[in-house]
Design a protein around this ligand. Structure first.
Ligand code: ZN
Length: 159
C-alpha cells in the first residue's frame, strides 16, 4: 500500500512573493517567512503554495521549474538535437557549385565546420552522396586549394 500524503503533511512549500514575484522554499511548519529579495514578510497561511514536498532538493527543483514557468510562460523544452549529417549537409551545399574547384572548396568548408578535420575518405563520401565520381587527382586538387592545409598526413583542415 502506498501511503498517500494529505496536503498539509509536507514540511516544505514553494511560494511566490506577492511583491516581487521571487519564488522561494519555505518551512511550512513556520507561520511566516521573509522574502530574500525584497524583504517582505510573508504570512504563510495566506500564501498560495505552488508545491509541497518533504524533500529540500525537490523544493529547490520546484523553484527552478516555477521560475522557468513564470519567466517564459512555458517550461524550457530540452533542446532537440537537430544535427544534420555533415556529409548530407556538405552534399547539399556543394550542389550549388559551378565548378569542381568551388565544389571541392564548399565540401571542405562544411566538413571542417561540422567534423573539424577531415580526410580524403570524408570528401569521397560527399561525392558519392552527390552522385558524382570523385575527381581525378582529388588529393592534389585538395592540396591546391589555397585555404586547405594539412596538419597531419592525410588529414585536412580549412584555414
Ligand atoms: Zn519579495
Amino acid at each position: 500500500m502506498t501511503k498517500k500524503c494529505r496536503s498539509g503533511d509536507e514540511k516544505f512549500g514553494v511560494i511566490v512573493c506577492t511583491d516581487c514575484r521571487n519564488s522561494k522554499a519555505v518551512d511550512l511548519t513556520h507561520k511566516t517567512s521573509r522574502c530574500h529579495r525584497c524583504g517582505k514578510k510573508l504570512i504563510l497561511k495566506k500564501m498560495k503554495v505552488y508545491y509541497r514536498t518533504n524533500s529540500r532538493e525537490e523544493a529547490s527543483w520546484a523553484i527552478g521549474r516555477l521560475n522557468a514557468e513564470m519567466s517564459g510562460g512555458e517550461l524550457p523544452e530540452k533542446e532537440e538535437e537537430r544535427v544534420e549529417d555533415p556529409y548530407v549537409r556538405a552534399s547539399k551545399e556543394a550542389g550549388i557549385a559551378d565548378d569542381e574547384r568551388e565544389r571541392l572548396g564548399i565540401i571542405c568548408r562544411v566538413l571542417d565546420e561540422s567534423i573539424g578535420h577531415f580526410t580524403l575518405e570524408d570528401v569521397k563520401k560527399v561525392y558519392s552522396l552527390l552522385g558524382r565520381e570523385d575527381p581525378d587527382d582529388m588529393e592534389k586538387k585538395l592540396r591546391d586549394l589555397k585555404e586547405i592545409y594539412e596538419p597531419r598526413e592525410g588529414v585536412f583542415r580549412v584555414a
